[in-house]
Design a protein around this ligand. Structure first.
Ligand SMILES: [Zn+2]
Ligand SMILES: [Zn+2]
Length: 722
């Protein structure tokens, strides 16, 4: 107990004391808790273990902890499973940038050395982020922490890969993909960004075979003409009907190519005649597939230079090749004209270099069958989206889905469990393989790819629960085994994450969850927005407008940080964040402290500790008890609907404008009145105890500290019930 209660909360002291006294372990779930018929579960989006905790993390921690704590107070077994993501390419880029600062690159290291370098860095980050999260006293069950590189997770990734492969959903294919020449890796379509660029449209003559007649085509990429396989027109285009079936000649090399018709050709682009270059353009590749053109040359290599198929352009970089060939086309009379042209070029989202479309061997996952499962479940309403727009967006995306390139050519990832023999047989095996299963060859090579980091992330709700608790042997089920936690918590209650990874992550978790278990992985998707600065600009180091959660915690405390992120922050909308918000939050935390202080100073401990249901005697009593009842009704309604910000607004208004501004003032007189004193104390004690409980999900440390120091209660609020 406190001898003297200071007029402001010493948040540093409060944090130190509460963390020391209650720690993390009070939130661990025991096997017997699984029997509770009311269960609530959130799988925490695993932070990338490649940096420090940022405001985005602090936001999801505050939101999810509010939900978790609320349901715990309602008497649910409330389970929050934390974890970390190795974050493949993202992490490797962080390390490569560090090396670049020292004038080194990853190629100065052997693969093994480079891997160990990243591993050390990631382990340090995991430790740091875990400590930062724990310093916020988030009520996760740290005994169930998972990491995407845990052996159990990798084994499960291999199990799923093998299952998909055996069912014909995974295949290896040589085809054009997005490739970053700088980073030397392929990307999925989702990872590519676009930049608007002022370029030129070049109009080139393609002569018809044995004729002086020619067709003019328009292209932004004259350097790829040696990889052309056809000219194409739209079948509706009357201008060119007579040319169909004839042959054209590629300028400078006079290679014969057919003239074909396809409705993917845009009548209004350029002249309406398109050169078809399947190796280096996705639309062209699609057209070639439709016309069964299987044999198409690739002229750009993964080193960003033109290869032996490019004649005199061989060895040149793409931009150089463009200049050389334009000069040649001009002097030989093939270049009709040039036009200014504004277009979008694909760029690497990390190094901003142009993405080249280059055919390479990759592994693909057929998405259509998986997407159909997800669309059906979402349309049936098996998942509720908060805000609702998530539903429409995700369905639209799923309907347009293309096969997913799941392999990357980087070091930092889960290696593919595939061994290829000298005869080209593919052996999928999670264990090291010495003999080919098909021809018994002993000459086996492991595939030199790793998984896209989102592949393991997409299995997260299923695999983390399967690995928690006791293993249950299952027969004739979709999964090889189950666990007590999986049985108890799957599907989980809420998936709370940023709207920016709705497709990357949420959609894929839904597809995999349904594919593997027949059930959606979560019943509710709650999407939060991005945190911006007060002017609405994205926070970035280069702009110098980043607010670091550690700074906020240091100067204002954990609870002020939480309130500043939760208040007036509706789901799905971006949050404008400023120090002003933090001060406002700090003032509220102090207000709560002062209300408690006033009540503690004016009520005997006995009344404080054992609050009884009060009876109103005065007009003011009636007012506050009725205001409290109304507020509580709304609070519970909003919290049950995951409208955290609405619930907080109700409590905020009641606390400040009703309890502090009006009733506490009135009670000062009532406390002086002998006839009213005891009853007023009963009311105050009752109101305070309720207030601490309903505020506990938002400001756990302050409420516990008041409970411990002013009320003198031995039972933490976090473990009580409403
Ligand atoms: Zn790049
Ligand atoms: Zn073989």
């Amino acid at each position: 107990m406190m001898k003297e209660i200071p007029s402001r909360i010493d948040f540093k002291e409060a944090e130190k004391e509460i963390l020391k006294k209650y720690g993390e372990k009070i939130f661990y779930i025991k096997e017997k808790d699984l029997k509770n018929k009311n269960k609530f579960c959130i799988i925490m989006p695993p932070p990338n273990a490649n940096g420090e905790l940022h405001l985005g993390h602090a936001l999801f921690l505050s939101l999810q902890d509010a939900m978790i704590r609320y349901f715990r107070l309602k008497g649910y077994t409330s389970f929050w499973l934390p974890g970390f993501d190795h974050a493949g390419f993202e992490t490797q880029v962080v390390i490569e940038r560090r090396l670049a600062k020292e004038g080194k690159s990853r190629f100065d290291y052997s693969a093994e050395e480079f891997y160990q370098l990243i591993n050390k860095f990631v382990e340090e980050n995991k430790k740091k982020i875990r400590e930062q999260m724990q310093s916020m006293w988030v009520s996760a069950d740290w005994s169930k922490e998972r990491y995407t590189f845990d052996k159990g997770v990798i084994d499960f990734v291999y199990y799923v890969f093998e299952k998909l492969y055996n069912e014909g959903l995974i295949y290896k294919s040589l085809r054009p993909i997005n490739f970053c020449v700088h980073h030397q890796t392929g990307f999925s379509d989702l990872e590519v960004e676009y930049r608007e660029e002022r370029g030129k449209l070049y109009f080139l003559k393609y002569y018809l075979k044995d004729s002086q007649e020619f067709l003019t085509i328009a292209t932004t990429r004259p350097e790829t003409i040696f990889a052309d396989v056809a000219l194409a027109i739209n079948p509706k285009d009357k201008r060119y009907k007579s040319y169909l079936g004839k042959k054209a000649l590629i300028p400078l090399i006079n290679k014969e190519i057919p003239i074909i018709a396809d409705n993917l050709v845009d009548l209004n682009f350029g002249t309406g005649v398109l050169k078809i270059t399947p190796a280096h353009d996705f639309t062209d590749w699609l057209i070639a597939q439709k016309h069964k053109i299987q044999d198409y040359p690739s002229i750009i290599s993964v080193d960003g230079r033109l290869n032996e198929n490019a004649y005199f352009l061989k060895g040149l970089k793409v931009e150089e090749a463009k200049e050389v060939i334009l000069e040649k086309l001009k002097t030989e009379g093939y270049l009709v004209k040039e036009e200014e042209y504004l277009h979008k070029v694909p760029i690497c989202y990390k190094c901003e270099n142009k993405i080249e479309i280059i055919p390479t061997e990759q592994w693909f996952l057929k998405m259509k069958p998986l997407a159909e499962l997800a669309i059906r479940a979402i349309q049936k309403g098996e998942i509720k989206f908060i805000p609702e727009y998530g539903k429409k967006r995700i369905i639209n995306w799923l309907k347009e889905i293309q096969d997913w390139n799941i392999t990357r050519q980087i070091i930092w990832g889960i290696p593919l469990p595939v061994y290829t023999c000298e005869n080209g047989h593919l052996n999928v095996s999670k264990n090291k393989l010495k003999t080919c299963r098909f021809c018994y060859s002993k000459n086996l090579q492991r595939e030199n790819h790793v998984f896209d980091t989102w592949f393991s992330s997409s299995l997260w709700p299923v695999v983390t629960l399967l690995l928690s608790g006791k293993k249950i042997k299952k027969k004739k089920e979709k999964l090889l085994f189950s666990s007590t936690y999986f049985e108890a918590f799957y599907p989980t209650s809420v998936m709370e994450t940023g709207h920016d990874i709705l497709y990357f992550w949420v959609a894929r978790m839904i597809m995999f969850g349904l594919y593997l278990t027949g059930k959606v992985p979560f019943k509710i998707v709650y999407l939060h927005g991005i945190i911006r600065d007060e002017k609405g600009e994205k926070m970035s180091k280069s702009k110098g407008n980043v607010i670091n959660p550690d700074e906020v915690i240091k100067d204002y405390g954990v609870d002020s940080l939480r309130i500043s992120l939760l208040i007036n922050n509706p789901p799905g909308e971006d949050l404008r964040y400023s120090w002003e918000k933090v001060t406002g939050a700090r003032n509220f935390v102090n207000k709560v402290w002062n209300i408690a202080r006033f009540i503690a100073l004016n009520c005997p401990k006995k009344i404080l500790k054992n609050p009884k249901k009060p009876k109103p005697k005065t007009q003011a009593d009636k007012m506050i008890l009725s205001e409290e009842r109304k507020m509580l009704e709304k609070y519970f309604k909003h919290m049950d609907n995951f409208e955290i910000y609405k619930a907080l607004n109700e409590v905020y208004f009641y606390t400040w404008r009703r309890l502090a501004d009006i009733y506490l003032e009135k009670s000062k007189e009532q406390l002086k009145d002998k006839k009213l004193k005891k009853n007023t104390q009963t009311i105050l004690a009752y109101l305070l105890n309720n207030l601490l409980k309903i505020l506990n999900p938002f400001i756990p440390i302050t409420t516990e500290y008041i409970n411990l120091k002013m009320i003198g209660s031995k039972r933490p609020i976090s473990l009580q019930k409403f």
